[in-house]
Write a protein that binds this ligand. Sequence first.
Ligand code: ADP
Ligand code: ZN
Length: 710
Amino acid sequence: MLKILEAKKILKHHFGYDEFRPLQEEIIKSVLDKKDCLVLMPTGGGKSILFQIPALILDGITIVVSPLISLMKDQVDSLKANGINAAFLNSSLTDIQTSENARDIENGKIKLLYVSPEKLTSEDFFYFLKKLKISLFAIDEAHCISQWGHDFRPEYTKLSFLKTQFPDIPIIALTATADKITARDILKQLNISNENQFIASFNRPNLSLNVLPGQNRISKIIEFIKNRPKQSGIIYCLSRKSTQDVAEKLKNQGFNAAFYHAGMSSEARANVQDNFINDDIDIICATIAFGMGIDKSNVRWVIHYNMPKNIENYYQEIGRAGRDGLKSETLMFYSFQDVIVYRGFIGDENPNKELELAKLTRMQEYAEAQTCRRKILLSYFGEHLENDCGNCDVCKNPPEQFDGTIIAQKALSALSRLNQNVSTTALIDVLRGSAKQYILEKGYNNIKTYGAGSDISFLDWQQYILQFVNQGLIEIAYDKNNVLQLTEAAKNVLFENKQIKIVKPLEIKRKSEEQKEKVKTVSKTKTISNELFERLRVLRKKFAEQEKVPAYIVFTDATLEDMSSQKPVNLEDMLEITGVGEHKYRKYGKQFINEINEFIKEKSLEGENLKGRTYILSYELFTQGLSVEEIAEKRNLKPTTIFSHIANSYTQGKEIDLSRLISQNELYKIIDAIKTIGKDKGLKVLFEHLNEEIDYGKIRIGLAFFEKNS
Ligand code: ADP
Ligand code: ZN
């Protein structure tokens, strides 16, 4: 119990967060009780602190096994940035660095040691380990141990020795791979029998889900990026060549883009990756080879230029957006062409053919969904979402259905007259009465339905035919050059007038118009906080460059966003910002406060009273009779912040009934404490002096009272 309180303190002190997320507390508790456990939690769910916090509480050193060298460095940098001593050992270090690290480890200076599986399972390292007092083994990316997982690594299978050689030391295995077979396999391979299993929801509500037809992709992408200046994003393409083409086109439009694929030299790849991580390149056009080794938390959007071949891949790739929990967008282009290409890849000889085709079909169904997409995704992973999500394109723009019987009859009848032996393009050309040479040569212009659908655009026809395929009226003969064929069900439509409902093709233009409107109508406060965000971003970049770490290690986007909306201008307010722990406060707090003050000053010269406004709003609500909690909820701020607004209003001479905030007894205690230890030692010292019995907000009030009346 006491330990969990300590865990909460560390969460605030080192990491700058107020609350645990769902399951984090239970998992940490289980680790502190020295139970083995397996954690399934999605990317960005917050797995790292599950072993980092226990590492700080337990006696000894925590060994973290991590498969990727680049991720190790990132995690160690990010721990150091929070004032935690950590190190890594892997093949990228020189002998001198290694022996320096080894010395620090033996001296007990290091609380967390990251190692590669190769290192951990090597013989000389084993003797080194035996000398140490180990508190915990953490196996990150634990699915690598299983052949069922998607990145099996043979070295991981040797990790079973941990339980035999160190039976009393708890193991925590973590993965973002959801499926149950892999989970069972992980436990078996690690020799863990009596474990706690924690399965978090795989829902990522901060990711928007959008699918658009794969026509005019480049111009749609350009429009999308234009509305999101300076944001980091990834565009996944199917082929190496298209990564280059897309990047080239974006560069021609003045965007800061680069490409990445497995055919490049490893040096060139590392270079592109580093530039992306350091925010020097905004947009990466990549094959799926990209993303494994990066932990960049501020990827704001992911676009799929082509549909992925299954939902696992799709979910993993969109999962690279929004690790910091902020709103992020995903957009997938879908065209039938992709399905055909994948079918070609899978091939007839493939022993897994059935399975891969079934997965492809699920992906296709997702792409064509007319119901909440998130529900479909989560149900694929065996999770049930109660309500529609409200953050996918289908939820936001429910499709309008109409009677499409006549349209269907035209298409089916034309197909029948073409002897069920043409491609989609030819069928549409006939329906639209095209005078292309091949149409005339084949005499297609003589059939009865030639030109019967000339009132419908080519693109809309593509959409309709896709819907007829989905409704089981038309089949695509993959084994016969993908020609279209009629099904039994088509007969009912052709001969018995069976009614068919279809959906209007998504009006791409309307959608992008809406987007433009949205950009135009963003509120003034929003633009102001964007402006401040930009300035803080520049400052963050300066520190990142000085320290040679990625910008998100200095502060995440979530932290900068919180700063730009709360505009903290003093110590306590700054420590209230999410992601600002003591260490980062000491290192960067002053400069960020200065920047915010500077901004407020400039704005006030322009007639905007930013600081005053936020204080006064809280004060006004308070005088209207709302409690601090109610104001906090209404304003989406923390109660402590409201306390500090009211305290400020009070010192500035506003009339305030303090008895609504604090009892007389509490006030006396606080004043005694201030008299004993002084008023400038900071809230925390006072808080501790008062045996942690009176919360920070009230201490703020006590200080204000003291200042005004002494
Ligand atoms: P994962 O390893 O599961 O992909 P991380 O451990 O990198 O995720 O965490 C994702 C982000 O969420 C990080 O920026 C981390 O600091 C942040 N985070 C973790 N726990 C919390 C929390 N309790 N409150 C706020 N942010 C958190
Ligand atoms: Zn939805």
